[in-house]
Design a protein around this ligand. Structure first.
Ligand code: PFF
Length: 532
């Protein structure tokens, strides 16, 4: 077997994993989820989900990934197959492999199709901040103007993709690791400068508005708001934990597959969680919301929703001394954060080509480029952003939890709890306390089943499956960026779901063929042969 690439240094690995987790989820998604779910009400189920889902699933994914890497695999299909064989005959294990493969491939492909666009917006807005392009203008209209300007959207998106291609094309230790070693420290510097600025803003517009007011909105536990909307807030909080920690995506597994078989996963997994949560709760929490509180007042800040980062904050920068510079820092922060996450989904797809079809990395990188360009095009051309909205609803909140659930089914139950525990502790720098085992075995999966059921129930009730009249009207009235018709919205939703369907089918076929090719002999005999 040819030598697999490996992380060159411990620091590089930790920065890469932190870069993977710290993304737009921390600085763009977290603040608006927090603001629109009651601030201090959101933080309670958020911290709960961090402990009962985030930490356990992070450990499981590191462990599965390192195990797969031992056999030369960086993708979920073969990883799930290999682990399921501990309890099942190869022929049955194959189906878990196919399931893992299709989920990993779908999430990496579909998430990238819209996430890379948002990174492109950040690149554009860094430029527009430096040049002061939106200064003195209505920032909502400016944003709509940008999204409607197809050539600008395509340019900044393609620029981002080309740079991603260059980084990934250079490989894991010579490419990804080197890029994150520069970008991650820079990201922390940008964030800290901005936090200091945010917290020293005072009350520049009205004496009763201040950044500190924003902090107290976040940090005052609000049980009554939580109890009124318990299920909705708890779902949103758990969804955020999955998204921000890059769980249920296949990309933590993929990065962990470049470890040596005895490299620590227990402490490193915990370090990934800690670095991400510091960047999310402390840095992410002290930026968008407090700044918006000081300049726009609590009401507008809370109502900003998805537009907080790209529409509300530009409105602030144009009135702030040295606003061009601070604006550029903010969008560069988003760009760096998004970029170091996007490298991971990109690498997942390249690894698949490399390992399953033996295409060399350089060639594979440009094939993935074309694939992601095709998938992203319908989103880039859609001025209403409804394709993106529908896609995110499925991929961002449903698929992640589904994949996380099967992580436990395969990595713990089928692989067998004792094997898992031993594997988690191989070369470990810390001991995970024994009482954590039942959390991983029972509490986390039940928690996920409840989330899946709750989501399904909400979608069914809201007419999301049947595209009810009420749902379509909501899309047109409240969710579309620009005014549109029901006919167009239906078309957009159909495109999104059609893409999801096609990608799932391709993912399933790919995983089936790849596992058959590599493990054909033992599948034929239906007895385990290849074992390390
Ligand atoms: N944890 C990442 C974030 O918070 O933004 C999630 C992510 C999304 C990673 C999309 C990679 C990606 F392509």
């Amino acid at each position: 077997m040819e030598q697999r690439d490996k992380w060159a240094t411990k620091l590089g690995l930790i920065l890469a994993m932190a870069g993977n987790a710290i993304g737009l989820g921390n600085f763009w998604r977290f603040p608006y989820q927090l603001a629109s779910n009651g601030g201090g009400a959101f933080m309670i189920p958020y911290l709960f989900a961090l402990f009962f889902l985030g930490i356990p699933v992070m450990w499981i994914e590191w462990t599965i990934g390192r195990y797969g890497g031992k056999y030369g695999h960086g993708t979920l299909g073969p990883m799930f197959y290999l682990m399921s064989r501990e309890s099942l005959k190869p022929k049955s294990a194959l189906w878990f492999g196919v399931l893992g493969g299709l989920l990993g491939f779908s999430v990496s492909s579909l998430l990238s199709s819209y996430y890379y666009q948002i990174i492109g917006w950040s690149a554009a807005y860094t430029w527009y901040s430096l040049t002061g392009a939106y200064f003195g203008q209505d920032t909502y209209k400016f944003f709509v103007g940008y999204i409607s300007n197809t050539s600008a959207v395509l340019f900044f998106w393609a620029l981002t993709m080309v740079l991603l291609g260059i980084a990934v094309g250079q490989g894991v230790s010579k490419g990804i690791e080197r890029w994150v070693k520069v970008m991650m420290p820079a990201l922390y510097v940008f964030a800290i400068i901005l936090v200091v600025r945010a917290l020293t803003l005072g009350s520049p517009v009205k004496p009763e508005w201040s950044a500190i007011g924003g902090l107290s909105y976040i940090w005052t536990p609000n049980f009554s708001a939580l109890s009124k909307n318990f299920f909705k807030i708890a779902l949103a909080a758990a969804g955020q934990i999955f998204f921000t920690l890059s769980l249920g995506m296949g990309i933590i597994h993929n990065y962990a597959s470049y470890l040596g078989p005895e490299d620590d996963v227990a402490l490193s997994g915990l370090a990934t969680v800690s670095l991400n949560e510091f960047a999310e709760v402390i840095l992410g929490g002290s930026l968008a919301i407090p700044i918006a509180f000081a300049y726009l007042g609590p009401e507008k800040a809370i109502k900003s929703g998805v537009g907080l980062a790209y529409m509300s904050l530009p409105n602030v920068f144009m009135h702030m001394p040295a606003g061009r510079i601070f604006g550029a820092f903010w969008f560069l922060l988003l760009w760096f954060a998004g970029f170091t996450s996007a490298i991971a989904t990109y690498n997942y797809l390249v690894a698949m080509l490399e390992e399953d079809v033996h295409i060399d990395r350089k060639k594979g990188t440009w094939m993935v480029f074309v694939w992601l360009f095709i998938l992203g095009l319908p989103i880039a051309l859609d001025k209403t952003l409804l394709v993106l909205t529908d896609m995110d609803m499925w991929v961002g909140s449903y698929f992640l939890v589904l994949l996380g659930f099967f992580d436990i089914v395969v990595g713990l139950w089928l692989f067998k709890p004792d094997n898992f525990w031993e594997e988690l502790h191989k070369g470990a720098f810390i001991n995970v306390p024994g009482w954590f085992k039942p959390i991983m075995l029972y509490i986390a999966p039940i928690y996920m089943l409840i989330l899946l059921a709750g989501n399904t129930w909400n979608y069914a009730k809201g007419g999301v499956f049947t595209l009810s009249q009420a749902y379509m009207q909501d899309l047109v009235k409240n969710q579309a960026l620009v005014s549109t018709t029901i006919g167009y919205a239906k078309h957009a939703v159909t495109v999104a779901r059609g893409m999801i369907f096609i990608v799932i089918i391709i993912g399933a076929i790919e995983a089936y063929l790849a596992i058959k090719k590599k493990y054909g002999e033992e599948l034929e005999k239906n007895e385990v042969i290849i074992k390390l």
